[in-house]
Design a protein around this ligand. Structure first.
Ligand code: THG
Length: 284
């Protein structure tokens, strides 16, 4: 199962046979005052810097999210997508819960983006799937429906089946669908980690699709989030997640080590190359 995403000059393949694909999460105003302010005043420079830094840190894809209170996402999202495309040749993941903003951003995008996201909610399936089909994009499907996010594995698996079915009915192939099992914080939901890992394994076995994960939710509200996030991405990758939405500079070393141990980095070529690159930057 290969999911292909591209910019105008670069292609990224998400697959079990490849190293885990890292999606940089940092162009997102949630919890970032400086970026939120910059977006409000239309100062795109901060976005460009963040795009460049994440690409240098080894991001394979960059997530672009400008959603916050008091902003015109339909006008701003295409503007920011355009600015990122002018700065780096990394393919983009266009992240918005506003379908009109997604549609506007798709119009300016060159290449095949990853749309983030469709859910199992009826209004989302009806509005987003035709957009995916007509733009030829790939899409992330969140295991959430009109009753919310199920806490148990069976509920998540059921919604994944529904999304795949509805996508295929809309003429979108399974290759162009990446399922996100949605983690809650283990501080509030003790079985959240186990439910996500089980869901990844089951969805993979039953549907064969690629799997993504916004890994940072697992540690929300807890101290030393980095240790929890690191443990989670390792377990999730072993369970079958092929693509992770993360703070790339922080998570990449542990993912490179995981790929190496899982036999996806023959003779440690990527691991050693990335280590050399890192040392080069640290010396500067
Ligand atoms: N699944 C999918 N898409 C997603 C998510 C997901 N998109 C958004 C989000 N979840 C993933 N992106 C982020 C971005 C930032 C943070 C977490 C997830 C984050 N920010 C710090 C905070 O809020 O405290 C601020 C970090 C900083 O200042 O450097 O944690 O699950 N498909």
């Amino acid at each position: 199962m290969e999911t292909r995403v591209s910019s105008s000059s670069k292609e990224v393949i998400i697959s079990d046979n490849q190293p885990a694909v890292l999606i940089g999460e940092r162009i997102n105003p949630t919890g970032k005052k400086e970026l939120a302010e910059a977006l409000k005043t239309g100062d795109i420079e901060v976005v460009r810097k963040e795009a460049l830094a994440q690409t240098q840190a080894g991001a394979d894809i960059i997530d672009v999210n400008v959603g916050m209170f008091g902003i015109d996402e339909v006008a701003l999202l295409p503007k920011v997508v355009q600015a990122v495309m002018e700065t780096v040749d990394t393919p983009l993941c266009i992240d918005s819960s506003n379908p009109d903003a997604l549609e506007a951003a798709l119009k300016v995008y060159r290449g095949k983006p990853l749309i983030n996201s469709v859910t199992g909610e009826e209004h989302s399936l009806r509005r987003i799937l035709p957009l995916v089909k007509s733009s030829g994009a790939a899409v992330i499907g969140l295991v959430q429906d009109d009753d919310g996010i199920p806490k148990d594995t069976a509920g998540r698996v059921r919604i994944a089946h529904k999304i795949v079915e509805r996508a295929e009915m809309a003429g979108i192939s399974r290759e162009d669908l990446v399922i996100d099992c949605l983690a809650f914080s283990v501080g509030a939901e003790p079985d959240s980690g186990v439910a996500v890992i089980e869901s990844i394994q089951k969805i993979k076995a039953e549907l064969g699709v690629n799997i993504t994960l916004g890994a940072s939710n697992i540690s929300f509200g807890l101290p030393d989030r980095e240790s929890i996030n690191n443990a989670f991405v390792v377990i999730a990758t072993y369970a079958g997640a092929t693509c992770l939405i993360v703070d790339v500079a922080r998570v990449r070393p542990i993912i490179l080590a995981t790929d190496l141990i899982l036999g996806r980095d023959r003779y440690a070529r990527r691991y050693i190359e990335a280590y050399r690159e890192r040392m080069r930057y640290e010396k500067q």
